[in-house]
Design a protein around this ligand. Structure first.
Ligand code: FES
Length: 346
């Protein structure tokens, strides 16, 4: 079926998206294409599903299955402003649920519902990856940190009145359609649409503690300057030994995290401190398993030998293709679409 909802410009953009991928991997373009159709209609409509299927040579069930899997693709008309309130653990103990409940009552909508004026869609969200600023909410994926019921209500009221409040971090607010075109991979050329900045102190707290205690992971220099910090005053470099051609650059710190931690705790120790029984770390830093655990693991390996170097089950592209073709031909001969196909056309 040829769809007519989408303009020539949308089709040109679709071709541009598909061209980003190898010719035999064009279906990988599905995710940005779904954002593209969402940028036109504000959600992934049945026409949007059909459009993606058409340009990628897929069937609507395949597209519908992907579109219904990811929460960023909306299956119903959505407001200009998608307000997501984190109610996951960290935000919740800091008041996230109270923020959500207050907004739901104030707006008169529940999860995934849109206000009567079509402006705001409310949803509760799982962790928004900003626990250090909790409780957080996002408006079209831009963050508002440390909100409370009162500030959240003020925010949605400003949005409904036509304002564009400034997020705590990042670029200025976009409508959901404007954001979707960016998520499809097209730059927003407007002034202030893209922002960068230094990380906030709550995000840096762990890194500063690690630096303070000399804790690092292999391959990472804990003395790496933190972006946004003023550079540390230069320390005079030691002169290279006479005759040496080595560059005058301080040697990288290759101490293991355990050694650094031990040195920090025992800065004046001249000799190694004996480990408490059962706490000694081997050279690779992995504590030995208790003897009972080792025996249990050995017994488990014997009973369940590793699968050798065969590919994991399900990683057989040929078999997947074959199954897909069979499922499609069965569906055609039966004259019935799948549940997803039907769902996509609701
Ligand atoms: S729990 Fe809310 S951002 Fe992680």
């Amino acid at each position: 079926m040829t769809t007519t909802v989408f303009t020539d410009e949308t089709r040109a953009r679709a071709r541009e998206i598909i061209a980003r991928y190898p010719a035999d991997r064009s279906r990988s373009a599905l995710l940005p294409l779904l954002h593209l159709v969402q940028s036109e209609e504000g959600y992934v409509s049945p026409a949007g599903v059909a459009f993606c299927a058409e340009v990628l040579g897929l069937n609507k069930a395949q597209v519908g299955a992907v579109a219904s899997f990811y929460t960023m693709y909306k299956r119903r008309p959505t407001g200009d402003w998608l307000v997501s309130v984190c109610t996951n653990t960290m935000c919740n103990v800091l008041g996230g649920q109270e923020v959500y409940d207050t907004l739901a009552e104030h707006l008169g909508v529940g999860h995934d519902e849109t206000t009567g004026d079509g402006k705001i869609t409310l949803e509760h969200a799982e962790c928004l990856a900003a626990c250090d600023y909790g409780p957080v909410m996002t408006v079209n994926y831009d963050f508002f940190d440390g909100v409370d019921p009162q500030s959240a209500v003020g925010l949605v009221d400003e949005l409904r009145a036509g304002g564009r409040p400034t997020p705590s971090r990042g670029a200025r607010l976009c409508t959901l359609k404007e954001m979707s075109i960016q998520l499809a991979g097209f730059a927003d050329e407007r002034e202030g649409a893209v922002a960068d900045g230094v990380p906030g102190e709550p995000s840096l707290r762990g890194l500063r503690l690690a630096q303070q205690h000399g804790i690092s992971v292999p391959g990472y220099d804990p003395n790496t300057p933190i972006r946004g910090d003023k550079p540390a005053p230069a320390t005079p470099a030691k002169a290279a030994p006479t005759g040496s051609t080595a560059p005058d650059v301080p040697a990288p710190d290759r101490k293991s995290p355990q050694v650094r931690t031990a040195e920090t705790r025992q800065p004046d120790a001249k000799t190694a401190v004996p480990d408490a029984p059962g706490t000694k770390l081997p050279v690779d830093g992995v504590p030995p398993a208790p003897r009972d655990a080792q025996a249990a693991e050995a017994a488990g390996v014997t009973a369940n030998p590793p699968a050798g170097d065969a590919k994991p089950a399900g990683d057989d592209a040929e078999a997947q293709e074959r199954n897909l073709r069979e499922a499609e031909s069965t569906g055609r001969s039966g004259g019935q679409g799948s549940a997803n196909d039907k769902g996509a056309q609701k």
